[in-house]
Design a protein around this ligand. Structure first.
Ligand code: AMP
Length: 544
């Protein structure tokens, strides 16, 4: 027997319709690329998104065609997203921090027909445009007054381009399982692979992400997504904020501590989200200038492990609740979030931090398991490490054009490439990337745990740990440190600080100091580059 409820397809543009109907006056505020702060509303965003959709259709963009956006978080980018979706086309967010060769590869692989971009990226695109084979036109997110002279093909200022239509347009009808968006993995090994989100997966993921135990969004919130739209759907915020009537504050191109603080303060932001490196810059600015965060209530931190010291600072010094979350491009992207369940809400300070340091429990629509290398399931005892695998309606079942082959196991789970343990309450803790874990004497050492401990040392700005080949133990940890500006750290003092905080055999065999640690396009430590750099490094213990 079938249910007798209506077939109301879960398509993304229904989100901006709802926002315009119920929360039409809620603001979207942007630090524009041109400089000034620009304010608009969800009603206006929808109106102009309709123009984008109409204009794309006029340019011959058909349902299923890919339209690239390489742009910062701004109101125009948001309009373009909904416009692309509403034309039945597929937004392809391109991460401008990728190497030019990777940019060329992904734009060609996705066969993008239009590129919508910011003034910032015009020079970069001019250098590679002759290799972007399928791009027919470049739309620059600006107006006539700021439009640069450019060699980009059919280049047009966004404002001129949408002014050519009247906005009397109906969203193009698509099915909820049709493609809505694309984002390529950062491809630390081999070529980046295309993840293809459907309308349905985006809508379901955003509903789940907005729930009280995850982002807890409502129309009382003002949300600042520092995490870019090009980093895995800005962790749902381009959908979940309008869906719940939360105002948006878009940071544009300026993501430094001073600029982010200005926006948090001036626009009374209540919820924000970004990777730990962004928060390192913000916290440094707050500390140096003795600033406070009276309006901010919650900060979502993910993308790489959030150090305990960062959680502590936000909560104890600034009264801002940290939700540590984990996910990946292939998962839409949120998989777990670290809200405190009633069982742990009463715990003391340190014990609560132990829970928050974990990456949290799976959100509704995500199922997870841990297995050994042969696929055997491991217990949820908070100790036993295993490969972390996930399934659900927001998780990829294949990469675009079948790259990478069959990516699911017999039960439909996707191997995340992360190593984790899960405790009895369901809280998961990432202990490493499968390829970064340090294998010492047949046992595993978590590089992430060591890094988190090292950054708690007062003069450490950033830490990375890699495995260095060792004749007896196979691999041993090397601790790589960037000291805070103007500070000098004695190796012995730092090691003494770690002593007693980890098992003796986890202690790094050596410490080296560097000026900078390389990061990937999504803000993760580039372990491959570090391993390459320290390939010939000989540990002092290697001669033992
Ligand atoms: P991306 O697809 O670029 O978002 O990268 C996904 C990967 O980032 C995951 O597979 C993890 O290795 C890592 N990651 C994301 N969030 C966290 C977190 N909170 N703690 C540790 N690693 C994380």
């Amino acid at each position: 027997m079938l249910g007798l409820m209506q077939d109301w397809s879960l398509v993304c543009h229904r989100i901006i319709d709802h926002a315009a109907i119920q929360y039409g006056k809620r603001k979207v505020i942007t630090r524009s690329i041109e400089g000034p702060i620009v304010e608009t509303t969800y009603t206006e965003i929808r109106k102009r998104a309709l123009k984008v959709a109409q204009r794309l259709a006029k340019d011959g963009i058909k349902p299923g065609d890919r339209v690239a956006t390489m742009a910062w978080n701004t109101w125009r980018h948001l309009e373009a997203w909904y416009g692309i979706l509403g034309a039945g086309a597929v937004y392809h967010t391109v991460n401008p921090r990728l190497f030019p060769d990777q940019l060329i590869y992904i734009v060609n692989h996705a066969e993008d027909r239009v590129m919508m971009t910011d003034l910032t990226f015009v020079p970069l695109l001019e250098k590679i445009a002759d290799k972007l084979l399928k791009i027919e036109r470049y739309v620059i997110f600006t107006d006539q007054a700021h439009m640069p002279a450019t060699t980009l093909k059919n280049a047009v200022a966004y404002e001129d381009w949408i002014a050519e239509v009247d906005g009397k347009f109906k969203w193009v009808e698509v099915g909820e399982n049709d493609a809505a968006g694309m984002c390529y993995t950062s491809g630390t090994t081999g070529n980046p692979k295309g993840v293809v989100y459907s309308h349905r997966s985006n809508v379901l993921h955003s509903l789940a992400a907005a729930m009280p135990d995850v982002l807890g969004l409502s129309s009382h919130d003002v949300v600042l997504p520092v995490v870019p739209l090009f980093h895995a759907n800005s962790w749902s915020l381009a959908f979940s904020a309008p869906m719940n009537g939360a105002s948006l504050v878009m940071p544009g191109a300026k993501l430094d501590g001073v600029s982010i603080y200005e926006l948090l303060d001036k626009f009374k932001v209540t919820v924000t989200a970004a990777v730990p490196t962004v928060w390192m810059m913000l916290l440094a600015n707050l500390e140096q200038n003795n600033l406070k965060l009276p309006h901010l209530k919650r900060v979502l931190i993910g993308g790489s492990a959030c150090p305990r010291a960062m959680i502590e600072k936000f909560q104890d010094n600034y009264g801002v609740r940290v939700t540590h979350a984990w996910g990946m491009t292939e998962m839409s992207p949120i998989g777990t979030a670290g809200f405190l369940k009633p069982e742990v809400a009463h715990l003391g300070h340190e014990d609560q931090l132990d829970v928050q340091e974990k990456q949290g429990f799976s959100i509704f629509t995500v199922e997870m398991k841990i297995t050994d290398d042969k696929g055997k399931e491991m217990p949820w005892d908070g100790k036993t490490f295993g490969r972390l695998k996930v399934r659900g309606p927001g998780v990829s079942k294949a990469y675009y054009k079948g790259e990478g082959g069959d990516i699911l196991d017999a039960e439909g789970y996707f191997d995340t490439g992360d190593v984790a343990h899960i405790d009895e309450l369901g809280y998961m803790k990432i202990t490493d990337r499968a390829k970064d874990v340090i294998k010492s004497g047949g046992e595993w050492i978590s590089s992430i745990d060591l890094e988190n401990l090292a950054v708690a040392y007062p003069d450490v700005a950033e830490a990375a740990v890699i495995g260095i080949p060792h004749p007896k133990w196979d691999e041993r940890p090397l601790l790589i440190i960037v000291a805070k500006q103007g500070k000098k750290i004695a190796k012995g003092d730092l090691l003494k600080f770690l002593e007693g905080k980890v098992a003796k055999w986890w202690m790094p065999d050596d410490v080296v100091f560097v000026d900078e640690i390389p990061h990937t396009a999504t803000g993760k430590i580039q372990k491959m580059t570090l391993r390459e750099k320290f390939r010939d490094y000989r540990l002092p213990t290697a001669a033992e």
